[in-house]
Structure formats: C-alpha cells, structure tokens
Design a binder for this molecule. Structure first.
Ligand SMILES: [Zn+2]
Ligand SMILES: [Zn+2]
Length: 841
C-alpha cells in the first residue's frame, strides 16, 4: 500500500487488474468524512438542489432506487464540480401502511400478538424501535453506491421538524376552507381496514364478468321490473330502481314502488337520465348509493336514503337482514340462491367490468360511505396548471405535461385520513358535543364550548401528505431559514413517472400554495428498469435483479454507468447483465490506460505541459475538447445517456484504441525530446480531463486513478471537488479531419483482413491509391502509423489515379482506396508505367 500526498492509503497496485471492492468502500467513507457532500446554507456560489425521493423506511435498495441515485448523483457531482453550491437532500419516508404491516407481521410471528393486544402507544413505540434498528439500511446502501447526499441534513418524514410542518400545513388548509371533514363515499380496503385515495386503487379489467338479472315485483302486484347488475349482493342496500325518463318500456312505472324480495321494505322506481343508459342490460338498474360512486351521485340528486350494508371488515351488517355476518363475497351466491328460490332470477350475460383493487394488498376495494378528511383540490390544482402552462415548471420528457394536465383537470378531492396508527395523527380534537377543534398544539379546551374533555381524531394522514411538503419542509419550512432561501425552489425534481400524480403533482400543489413559488423548476421523469427481455421485474415472475448482487460482482461504478448509459429519456431500460460486465471491463480499461501513460510520465511538468508536437497530439486534445463540450451540453439537457456514451466512445474508442497506440513511437521510439514531451503531455492531459468528465458517472475508479496522476501545484485534494472540464481552445478541425481520414482508412484495411479471414497477427502488404495530391501527402506522412495499426508488412502509397492492383480485395473511402496486394503478385508494376498501359482503357 502506497500513500498519496492527501494522506489516504492507495489501494490496489496499478499492475494488477482493477478491483472495485478494494477501492469503493474506502473512497465512499473518505469523501463523506472530509465533508465533500455538505452544501452551505449561504454561499457566493450559485445554488443547485435536488431532493431525493425519500425511500420507504421499510425499503431495501432496488434497481429503481439505484437508477434514481445514479441520475441524481451524476447531476449533483457535475454541478458541484462546475462551481455550484450543490445540495442533494436525503430523507426517509415513514411509509404509513407499509411499515405498520411489517411491524404487525413481526409482532405476530415473534409474540403471537396483534397491535390491538399492545395498544396504540406501545405499538407506536415498537415501530420506532423497529425504525431505529432497520431504518438506516437503505441509507447505507446508498452510501455504497457513492451517493453524495448531504447526510448531515438527513430527514425523516416523522421527525420533529417534519411533524411540525405537517401540522402547520393541515391547520392552514383547514382555516382556509381547503380541508374539511365529511361523510362521503370513499375507497375502503377491507384487508388493511383503511380508507384509500383514488390513486391507491388499481383498476383490474375483466372482459367476462357476469351481468346478473333479477326481477323486483311491483308492490301493487301489477307486474315486475327486471334489473341487471354485476354485484347482486349489494341489492340489500338498494334504495331505488332507476330507468331512463324517455324509455317507453318503463314510462308508466315511474313513481311506482317495488317490494324488496329479501327485506321488509319498498323502494321507488325513479327516472334518472344521467345514471341510466337504456341500452345497458335491461334498461333498468338498481341504485345502491352507499356502495357505488355513480349511485352515490344519483342518490344525492334524487334524495334517496343511503343504506350502508357493510361492516369495516367486509362482512354484512344488521341492515342485511338474515345475511348479517356473512362476508360480502361469500354472500353473493347466497343472495342469488335466495332470488332463484323466489323465482325472481332472470338469467345473465357476460359483460365488461373494472374491479378496484388495493394497490398494496391487492384486496378488492369497497366503495363505502364514511366520515373522512378531504383536501379540496381544485383551488390547489388550478395554479399548478397555470405554472406549467407558463413554463415555470418544465417537464422532461415533455409528454408528461399532458398526463399531468389530464389528471389535474379531472381532479377529485383528496381523502387524506387513514385508519392506521403509524403516521401523523390528525391534529383535530372533538368534544362530547361533536365540536371540532383543529390546532397546531394540543388544545386544552374545545374552541366552541370550552369543554375540557377532548379526544384527538384517531386517524393518521396519508403518507403522501407529508411527502408533498418535502421540497420545502426539508429546508426548514414553515420557518424562514437560510437553507430555504438558498435552495427553494429546488433545481430538478427527478423521479419515476409512476408517482407523477401521487407525489409530483401534490408537491406542486402544496408548494405553490404554501410558498407562492413553484417547488422545482424542472421535473425529470425516468423510465422503468426491466429485465433483459423487457419484462417488468416482479417477485411472481422471479426475474427481480438485486442491485446489491450486481455491485458485489461488478462494482458500483459499473452498475451506475450501465444505468446512466441506458437512461434515455422516456425509454425503459432493459437490463442485461452482459452490459454491466462490459462496463466493468471499461473500468479496467481506464486502469490499464493509466498504467501505460504513467509508465512514460517521467519528466512531465503539469504546471508547464509541453505543447503538442504532432497531429496525433493536436487530434486527441481536440477530440477531448469536443467530448467535453458535448458532455456539458448533454448534461444541461438532461441527456445523461448521451453524456455517458460520448465519454465512453472518447475514452475507449479514441484515447485507448488510437491515441495510446499512435503515441508509442514518440514515447519509446527514436523521436526528438520535444516530440516525446508533446505526446506525453497530450496523453496525460486528455486522460486527466476524461477522468473529470467521467467522474459523475463512475466516481470511484476515476478518483483512484486521478490520485495517481501528476498534478498541477494548485489542485484540489480530490477529483470530486476539482473543476469540471470547461470550454477551452483545444479544438483543431484540421487535425480532426486529417485523423478522421487516416482512422477510416485503417479501419478499412482491418475490415479487408476480416473479409478474407486473415489471422489478426499475420501482416499483409497493402497498396493505397489516394484520390488527389493532398490525400497522397497525407498517407505518405502517416505511412508508418498506418503500417503499424493496420498490421501491414509493407504499405505502398501510389500516385493519385494510379491503376489499381488487379484482382485485389479493396476498401474504398472518399480519400483513398485500400488494396491488399494479391498473393501471386509480388509487386505491382511501377505506377507511371501501369497508368500508361491502362490509362486509355
Ligand atoms: Zn389493502
Ligand atoms: Zn365543544
């Protein structure tokens, strides 16, 4: 182990293959300890801020997290190196329902107890205990990826400050009339026993569901009316039968009563043009306002009673008569049997049905009449539409803008109360007279009647309520802090498109409302990581790839580079392990290139690098400059894949494959000292610059190699705080054009070898026929390089227009034709002579 001037022990020797496991943990620790990840609250440097989407406290790093971390770390490192006061804000989400379930399961397994056995206070204590034990796992996994998050600022959605922000937001919305409590129809998860928001319900399409028909007998005995339904069991809660007012079949029946066949009540036949489509089923529908969203609206329009037939666990309640106590799913056949027995069954047909399932537990969700807290969303959504239309929030890729508008324009009020224990308990208290007191601090008395007997609402807030405040609550809001003033609005909100509505839209609504300013200027939505066949990864398919396995095998750099190079805007990533293996080889290629360059670095003075001496030197410096310019441009435009692929092409395809090969005669041959110094400087400069370009994507190998390179007297102690390559005056279009012609001709010569199946080590004689005098001079000048790189035993450059060797394999470029001299011809005839002989033919 050697020691560098910075005092850190240097890992593997350069003459061994690159070993990520010996390098990555060491640098991850070192960077953090030296405070490089920390951003200043106040600084002369321009601010740049990204807030990490807070992973769930229950989470373990999956490929989605790894992609997020790769993109956000690359952007943050790039900006930090470009002179910005860059903050990447870490945090953890308390993940209400997910965490509660994990701890409940654990409790049941180890102590055979439910949360009710423990009681609320003790259960919450256990969740905190669990959080202390396991909650930092994902943060450690982020560290291993090299994520340069400002860990000193790490936040938790349930920490003291975030909880204060949540109460502040709740109270303000309530006082402004934008938050209310009301009995309305909500989505109820029977398994999780909680209300859900619209977004937490996934709709499963069934093309072939049974549309069941049965008859309601008219109370006056004059006949019957047949209704069609996909949910026969809810007939226990029917409070009307509806028909279309213009339907001639039923016109005479409107206003009559039907007898409920299973319960002792009568219900009216009503006309409702909005609810009934005469072409659907029989043209008559049962109306269950307490168990269907459409019927609920119809119930309100027609002032129908709303009869709830369900208990919170999905069993039928006392309103279900003799069916009380049965589960609603088991009750369906029982109801059908009862109707059949009464002779009221009227057949069935197949029909399309969309079934709502809980996003978390996949249980069938029930529409249920229930008293919950709602955020009035329209007044919050309109300013977001305005801000996006005005370009104050930009979307990348832009197509998501339309999706967002569609959702915001049809937005429903947001049910924010959840019947859970783990989360932000709703800051509303009730007295014995039912008055509501909403307050920031626990109140002593009811604000209406001054009763001192108050009970707090037992429910907690939707987890997305606290994460909706994240871009500003993490920076100190509701206080006016220096960090908030510096880093708000955030620069970029980068996350998966799947939480555009859940999270991005709500941050935009709450951010604009509470701060009067957009929470972020750019929304950058990445695609999904799929398996190599393009299939979604899932436990049931068994194709889930664990990023931790990949980093153990190939190193974090290789995984990061793979994800970055494939993260094309809007395109899903089909992850093939071969590709990661390839980028591990890329890290090793850089390692080997450094070894070569350092072996001949003697006498090099980084403070006074020698000027380029040959076209090869000018070319590689120019190509570096071009790569740097294109990389910066791609980063600015959030085309991280273009940036990564451009750097890869430069390092592997130009620096390693060409510049290093072309440098050998100058470095080891009998060239002048000036030429040697020029080549040495060009190689070292372009390698050092390439490492800085690459650092945001492959932080570890670039740091490890960079530490070993000769450096200027005034340099940063780490590549991660060195300056990113800036615009320079190294561009040399003439050198590039000249080398371009040479490279294409050599590639052509190599492909000729391939076409005739020559072994790569067998040298062959080549003949070049240039187009004009300039091309002739060019290939004469580069004859030695051409011969070596094309592995030619001999290179003959003919005059322009000279006759081609007969029957020879050829490769044609605009400047030159490359011919392999045929075996039988030991030598072509002298050029001039053969031109004479063939010139007129
Ligand atoms: Zn559920
Ligand atoms: Zn009161």
């Amino acid at each position: 182990m050697a020691a560098t001037e910075t005092g850190i022990a240097v890992g593997p020797e350069l003459d061994k293959p690159y070993e990520p496991s010996q390098v990555e943990p060491r640098w991850a620790r070192e960077w953090e300890q030296r405070g490089y990840f920390h951003a200043q609250d106040v600084s002369d440097r321009p601010p740049y801020c990204i807030v990490l989407p807070p992973p769930n406290v229950t989470g373990s790093l999956h490929l989605g997290h790894a992609l997020t971390a790769t993109i956000e770390d690359a952007l943050t490192r790039w900006k930090r190196m470009s002179g910005f006061n860059a903050l990447w804000q870490p945090g953890i989400d308390h993940a209400g329902i997910a965490t509660q379930l994990v701890v409940e399961r654990e409790l049941l397994r180890t102590e055979r107890k439910s949360r009710h056995d423990l009681g609320r206070a003790e259960f919450i204590r256990r969740v905190w205990q669990w959080k202390d034990q396991y909650g930092s796992r994902i943060a450690q996994q982020h560290r291993a990826l090299g994520a340069s998050l400002d860990w000193e600022r790490e936040r938790f959605t349930m920490d003291e400050h975030s909880s204060r922000a949540v109460r502040e937001a709740f109270v303000r919305l309530y006082q402004e009339g934008l938050l209310y409590r009301s009995e309305r129809l909500i989505h109820w998860c029977v398994k999780d026993r909680t209300a859900l928001s619209d977004l937490e319900v996934e709709h499963e399409e069934h093309a072939q569901a049974e549309l069941y028909k049965f008859a309601y007998p008219l109370a006056d005995g004059s006949g019957e009316i047949v209704v069609a339904t996909t949910r026969p069991e809810t007939m226990l809660g029917d409070t009307a039968v509806a028909v279309h007012p213009d339907d001639p079949r039923y016109k005479a029946m409107i206003g009559k009563l039907v007898k409920h066949p299973l319960l002792d009540r009568t219900i009216p036949i009503i006309a409702d043009a909005e609810l009934v489509d005469p072409k659907f089923g029989t043209g008559a529908v049962k109306v269950t306002p307490a168990h269907s969203f459409e019927d609920f609206e119809a119930g309100k329009r027609n002032r129908l009673p709303m009869i709830n037939i369900l208990n919170l666990d999905g069993t039928l309640n006392e309103n279900a008569g003799r069916f009380k106590g049965q589960d609603r799913i088991a009750a369906r056949p029982a109801i059908k049997a009862a109707l059949k027995e009464l002779g009221l069954e009227r057949g069935s047909e197949m029909h399309h049905l969309a079934l709502g399932r809980c996003q978390r537990c996949e249980g069938v969700v029930e529409p249920l009449l229930s008293k919950q807290w709602f955020v009035k969303t329209k007044p919050l959504a309109d300013p977001v539409i305005e801000a996006v239309e005005a370009g104050r929030i930009r979307f990348v890729p832009e197509q998501w803008k339309a999706e967002l508008f569609r959702w915001l324009r049809n937005i429903h009020d947001w049910c924010v109360s959840r019947q859970l224990w783990w989360g932000h308990q709703i800051p509303a208290w009730y007295c014995e007279y039912g008055h509501v007191t909403v307050a920031r601090e626990t109140p002593r008395e009811c604000e209406t009647c001054h009763s001192g007997r108050l009970t707090q609402d037992p429910d907690v807030l939707d987890t997305w309520f606290s994460s909706g405040l994240w871009p500003f609550s993490t920076l100190g809001w509701p206080d006016d802090t220096p960090a908030l003033r510096t880093f708000y609005p955030n620069s970029v909100m980068e996350t998966g498109f799947d939480i555009l509505f859940f999270w991005v839209a709500r941050m935009a609504m709450l951010g604009l409302h509470f701060t009067g300013e957009v929470p972020f200027r750019v929304v950058f939505l990445h695609a999904m990581v799929r398996d190599k066949h393009g299939e979604k990864m899932s436990k049931t398919r068994g194709n889930v790839i664990d990023p931790l396995d990949l980093t153990a095998k190939y190193g974090a750099d290789a995984l990061r580079f793979t994800l970055a190079s494939m993260a094309g805007q809007g395109r899903d990533i089909k992850l093939d392990e071969k590709r990661i293996e390839g980028y591990r080889a890329f890290a090793n290629k850089i390692w080997n290139a450094a070894r070569f360059v350092l072996r001949s670095a003697d006498g090099y003075d980084p403070d006074r690098p020698a000027p380029p001496a040959s076209v090869y030197d000018r070319w590689i410096l120019s190509r570096f400059q071009r790569c740097a310019d294109e990389t910066r441009q791609a980063m600015e435009e959030l085309r991280l894949n273009d940036a990564a692929n451009g750097i890869y092409r430069f390092v592997w395809g130009e620096l390693c494959d060409w510049a290093i090969e072309l440098s050998k005669p100058a470095l080891y041959g009998d060239r002048s000292p000036a030429e040697r110094a020029g080549t040495q400087a060009a190689l070292l400069q372009s390698l050092e610059g390439a490492l800085r370009l690459l650092h945001p994507f492959m932080p570890f190998v670039t740091e490890e190699v960079w530490q070993r390179l000769p450096k200027r007297s005034f340099h940063a102690p780490s590549i991660m705080i060195e300056r990113y390559p800036a615009p320079d005056s190294l561009l040399d279009p003439r050198a590039e054009a000249e080398m371009d012609a040479l490279v294409r001709a050599i590639d052509g010569a190599r492909s000729l070898r391939g076409e005739v199946n020559l072994p790569p080590n067998q040298a062959v004689p080549l003949v070049l026929v240039p187009r004009d005098g300039a091309a002739q001079r060019l290939f004469e000048a580069h004859r030695q390089a051409f011969s070596r790189l094309a592995n030619a035993s001999e290179v003959q450059v003919l005059a322009p227009g000279a006759p081609r060797p007969r029957q020879a394999a050829a490769h044609v470029e605009p400047e030159v034709e490359v011919h392999r001299r045929p075996k039988w011809s030991r030598r072509t005839a002298p050029a001039r002579q053969s031109w004479k002989r063939n010139g007129t033919s």
